[in-house]
Ligand binder design. Structure first.
Ligand code: HEC
Length: 206
């Protein structure tokens, strides 16, 4: 588990700086729950919830056998490039807050956030962590989602994307990806089936 902690530290050191972690967690208690009403919550509060839960989430996702999901994706995703600056709640993925990382193959292309003519390189893997905060301010880890771009023609129905999801317990989630993932993602045609983070939390530059 040491390894996960290290990966977390690297990612956070890069994005937010460890100082943030050491400073007051503002409206977030030691139990990672909000101590203000959810309606009054800012992005910064959501970010503090994320920082508070990140280690526990990482440990959970990495628990047990990953079966058909490449274990290195789950182990390494926090060392990839963060494509969002703060976790945001776009109202999809079950009203969850999301935080996105892209591996080195796809990072610079993804972070152009192209709406027309986007074409992600083969070998791109995108990870999306999720957590929810209920109306009482209680925070809860959600699934870790992946999209992997595979060789042209491998999966024409999904524009050559493989979809995967890991439960907070670490168990690979057996879902019908055509219905549960691709039906919605395929509506983002110009962006190569990508939905992208909310505009105000996009991290550009790559
Ligand atoms: C109702 C529509 C919808 C469904 C269903 C859905 N997604 Fe998404 N997904 C989105 C949107 C919109 C985004 C961008 C939101 C954001 O990042 O804030 C997104 C983002 C993602 C990303 C980051 C890459 C990107 O598109 O920018 C991954 C990875 C992902 N989803 C995987 C999955 C998987 C795996 C499933 C099925 C288990 C799934 N999604 C189901 C709409 C959906």
């Amino acid at each position: 588990m040491k390894r996960i902690f290290l990966a977390t530290t690297v990612a956070f050191g890069g994005i937010f700086g460890l100082a943030t972690l050491a400073q007051s967690m503002g409206n977030v208690g030691a139990d990672c729950n909000l101590n203000i009403p959810r309606d009054a919550m800012s992005y910064a509060d959501a970010h503090n919830v994320y920082l508070c839960m990140a280690d526990k989430m990482g440990t959970g996702y990495n628990t047990g056998d990953k079966r058909w999901i490449p274990a290195d994706f789950v182990r390494d995703y926090r060392t990839w490039t963060p494509a969002s600056t703060l976790p945001a709640d776009p109202g999809v993925h079950g009203e969850r807050f999301l935080f996105t990382y892209v591996n080195s193959v796809g990072a610079s292309e993804y972070m152009k956030f192209k709406d027309e003519g986007a074409k992600m390189p083969v070998g791109t893997v995108i990870a999306k962590e999720s957590f929810s905060i209920n109306s009482k301010g209680k925070a809860k880890a959600g699934p870790l989602f992946f999209m992997q771009k595979v060789a042209a023609g491998t999966s024409p129905k999904t524009n050559d994307w493989y979809y995967m999801a890991v439960a907070p317990s670490g168990k690979p989630m057996g879902v019908n990806v055509f219905k549960a993932c691709n039906e919605c993602h395929s509506t983002y045609e110009g962006s190569d089936y990508l939905g992208y983070p909310e505009e105000d939390v996009r991290r550009t530059g790559g």
